[in-house]
Design a protein. Sequence first.
Length: 319
Amino acid sequence: MVTIFNLNPTFDFYDRSNLKSYNLDERMRYQLRCLDSLDVFTRKHCENVANLTVRICEYLHCNKNFTEYCTICAYLHDIGKLFIPPAVLQKPGKLTDEEYEIMKTHTTIGYDMCMKDEKLRPYAAGPIYHHEALNGTGYPKGLTKDDIPYEGQIIRVADEYDAITSKRQYKSHIGICETLQIMIENTKPGRIPPTEALNQMTKMAKLGKDNPIVVKALFKVVIDDISYEIYCTETYVHDLANELKRYEQMEKYREKMEKSKRDKDKEYYLNGIKALLTGQETLENYRDFHRQYSQIYENKKKAIATLYNEIKQIKKMKV
C-alpha cells in the first residue's frame, strides 16, 4: 500500500535525477512519441496534467513516493488515446453519442496497455480512474467515492482543469476564473443516475463529481502560476522602463541638437544619440521603436493589473 500523507522534501517531476527513476524505458518513450505524432494536443495535455498533479500533491502534503507515483500515473492517463481513431480523437466539432462512447474507451485501452507491460503496470490507475466521479456519474465503471483511489481523484481534477483551459481544435479558450467556477460546480451535488439503489442515491446525493479538497489545492497551484506570470511580466516591464529612459535621453539630446546654434554643439548631441542606438535602430527609425516600446509597456502594465485582479477574484471563490 502506498502511504499518502507525510511532509517530505519537494518533488520536482522534471528534475533529471528523478526522471531516471521513472522506469520510462525506450518502449514507453516510443509510445509517447507516437502519441505526439498522432495528436500534439494530447501529448501536451499529458505533460500539463502531470505538471499540475505533482504540484497539487505538494499542496496536499503527499509524501515523495506517492507524489512520484501519482505524477507518472498522470503522465500516462491518456495513453489509451493512441488507439482512438484519428477521426474521433481529432474531430473539430462536438462528438456524437457513438463517437463519445468510442472516446471513453481510452480509459480501458490505456489500462490494458499498462497491465500488459511490466514496467507500466504499477501506473495503470492513471488511465482507468481519471474519469471516475465521486458521485458515480463517471466512467468506465461508474465508481463512487469509496472505490476511487486518491490518485484517480487528484488526476481527475488536474485533467479537467487543463482540458477546459487549453485551446483545442474543437473549442475556444475559456478564462481561468470561468474554469475555476466550473471546478467549484463540479464539487457540488448533482443529478444521480436513476439506476442507483435508493440507499446509494441518498449517500451519493451529498457528493459532487470532484473532491473539494483536491480542488482547493488546485486553486493554490493556479494562484502560484498567476503570481509567477506577474513576476515575469513585472521583470519585463522593469526592463522596458529602462529602455524607455534610454529613448527619453535620446529625445533630450535631439531637442538640444535642434536648438543648438553652433555646429560643434549639434555634432556633440548627434553623437550622444548615436551612442545610445542599439540593435537595428538608426537615426531615422529609433522613434518608431520608441513608440512600439511605449505601447508594449502600457499593455504590459494593464496585463499586470488584470492578473492581480484575477488573483483577487480567485481568492473570493469558495469551494
